[in-house]
Ligand binder design. Structure first.
Ligand code: IPE
Ligand code: IPE
Ligand code: MG
Length: 262
């Protein structure tokens, strides 16, 4: 489905860069459960194990930021019972995983409109973030009640407020200003965007931030995604030539392959 053949061994090259930031749409839990004749929540529960494996795999490789799409702004449209299961799972994962994350020097951040969650869940999110805030090993960013359009609209609103208050001239609103008002301006843009589950779409994930990400789609369902699959995606990424608008010859000539912004 992408450049890498499912059968190929995953060979990560030491002389090629590891993505600094990997963003993943963890899709396919429902189908994974259905294939086994089980209810959808069975797949969501199994998916938590993949999260653990991928966090650990990224940490070991020295990835700086891992962003996981856990719940989209649109996922509220699912049956109430499934939304309830997803909220409960989020809550229990926060409670159970924080110690492990802390031990592994991972700092947890949640991005999205958290006002949409119950007070209890909001408290749990705040507690987990505070407990791991001092860690500098890897940032695990969980996108929950997140939408790329929401993120951009929020940035526009913040800028408009400042403009209306006379603190900011409309002429000063450039790409950098928008970027600085998104939900996590301090993190680099994703280098590698992975979607499991076979769908070839972005589903309102990090729209602005993925402007120049390398896209990797795999038919593998999220509960099957393991360290080997992660390595395969990274090995595929390492074979790409990131041009950022330049020519291949310019890039081969040694000019930096980092984006102008991010
Ligand atoms: C992804 O798996 C998990 C969430 C969206 C929360 P799905 O639940 O979308 O699984 P499929 O796509 O129905 O198989
Ligand atoms: C995207 O998956 C959101 C998450 C993985 C959290 P969906 O399963 O909701 O995406 P669509 O609706 O099929 O595009
Ligand atoms: Mg899905």
């Amino acid at each position: 489905m992408s450049g890498a053949d499912q059968g190929d061994p995953a060979v990560i090259l030491e002389d090629r860069p590891i993505p600094r930031h990997i963003a993943i749409i963890m899709d396919g839990n429902g189908r994974w459960a259905k294939q086994r004749g089980k209810p959808r929540h069975f797949g969501h529960r199994e998916g938590v194990k993949s999260v653990r494996r991928v966090v650990e795999g990224c940490r070991i490789l020295g990835v700086e930021v891992l962003t996981l799409f856990a719940f989209s702004s649109e996922n509220w449209k699912r049956p109430q019972q499934e939304v309830g299961v997803l909220m409960d799972l989020f809550m229990s994962a926060l409670r159970k995983e924080v110690k492990r994350l802390d031990r592994n020097n991972v700092s947890l951040r949640v991005v999205g409109e958290r006002g949409g969650f119950s007070e209890k869940l909001q408290r749990q999110i705040g507690d987990a973030e505070r407990a791991t805030a001092g860690n500098d090993g890897m940032v695990l960013q969980v996108a929950a009640n997140y939408g790329g359009r929401w993120d951009i609209a929020e940035a526009a609103r913040k800028l408009a407020r400042r403009a209306a208050a006379g603190e900011l001239s409309p002429e000063a609103i450039d790409e950098q200003a928008v970027n600085d008002n998104l939900s996590s301006p301090d993190l680099p843009d994703p280098d590698l965007f992975i979607r499991t589950g076979g769908e070839l779409r972005i589903s309102n994930f990090l729209l602005w931030q993925c402007a120049y990400s390398e896209l990797y789609f795999t038919p593998m369902l999220w509960p099957d995604f393991d360290e080997e699959a992660l390595h395969r995606a990274i090995a595929d990424f390492q074979q790409r030539q990131r041009r950022f608008g330049k020519t291949g010859e310019q890039v081969e000539g040694g000019s930096a392959s980092t984006p102008a912004q991010g």
